[in-house]
Design a protein around this ligand. Structure first.
Ligand code: PGA
Length: 261
């Protein structure tokens, strides 16, 4: 696991966007795994800027999103379909048919989930998966206790997640859908590279547990210690509970330039 600490979310997002841009330039038909929530927003803004100002071309890129609330259609303002259009897809030259997000209205959840896994495999697998982390250590909506072998499936949101996400639903946790479709931890671990972002002191304990604690299903993100290419891009407040923060900073500062992205 490589921990990269920047002073601000914007700095971290710029580094993350350069990693995505390098992949897309080297492999124009790259497959990206995408996340929603507050965390990836500065990264998406930077990707839109790179597209507009530097011509970063997404016309052959394919994307798969991690998750979607069950019961919210693509037109619902809090659906992740809406989020992705508003914050990314409407501003890039990515063909709509290349983008994939779980269908929160599917009448047959198990069949949809099997098909989502099949489509990821047919696309050649995910080259780079962008992740946030929940304050309870979830990745995607894989809440504590999720199997490390899990694939795309229905999950029930934890109470902590309902409270964390209530800010998008008039501050009422009861209004947050209680179920979702999410890629599994096994699905995420199959990505060739994982880029996890976390900003703010509210994520400090989860980050410390993920990076320096035991690998345990009680903190799902800790499985990334077993991923061969996991990069953790965080700001200083999210790094405050890390015992070896100085070492991670020292490693990054002493890297040759070619190895930084
Ligand atoms: P956030 O959510 O980016 O809105 O903090 C992260 C997550 O739940 O994975």
């Amino acid at each position: 696991m490589e921990v990269i600490i920047h002073d601000t979310p914007q700095d971290a997002a710029s580094t993350g966007a350069r990693m995505v841009a390098r992949l897309v330039r080297e492999k124009p038909h790259a497959v990206l795994g995408l996340a929603t929530g507050g965390t990836p927003l500065p990264l998406y803004r930077e990707l839109v800027r790179l597209h507009r100002e530097e011509g970063l071309d997404f016309s052959r890129v394919t994307t798969f999103n991690l998750d979607e609330y069950l019961g919210l259609g693509p037109g619902h303002p809090q659906s992740y379909h809406h989020f992705m259009r508003e914050h990314l897809f409407d501003h890039l030259n990515i063909p709509a048919e290349n983008t994939h997000i779980p269908d929160g209205m599917t009448p047959d959840v198990p069949a949809f989930c099997r098909d989502y896994e099949r489509r990821i495999a047919e696309a050649g697998g995910i080259d780079l998966q962008i992740l946030g982390i929940g304050s309870d250590g979830h990745i995607g909506f894989n809440e504590p206790g999720s199997s490390f072998a899990s694939r795309t499936r229905i999950k029930t949101l934890a109470r902590e997640t309902l409270h964390d996400n209530a800010r998008f639903f008039n501050d009422d946790p009861a209004k947050v859908p209680h179920h979702c479709i999410t890629m599994g931890i096994g699905t995420i671990m199959d990505a060739r590279c994982v880029l996890l972002l976390a900003f703010g002191s509210g994520k400090a304990e989860a980050i410390a547990g993920m990076v320096e604690g035991p690998v345990t299903a009680s903190l799902p993100a800790s499985i990334l210690q077993h991923h061969p290419t996991a990069k953790v891009l965080i700001d200083s407040p999210a790094a405050t509970a890390l015992h070896r923060a100085d070492y991670y900073r020292w490693v990054y500062e002493n890297k040759p330039a070619w190895q930084r992205e």
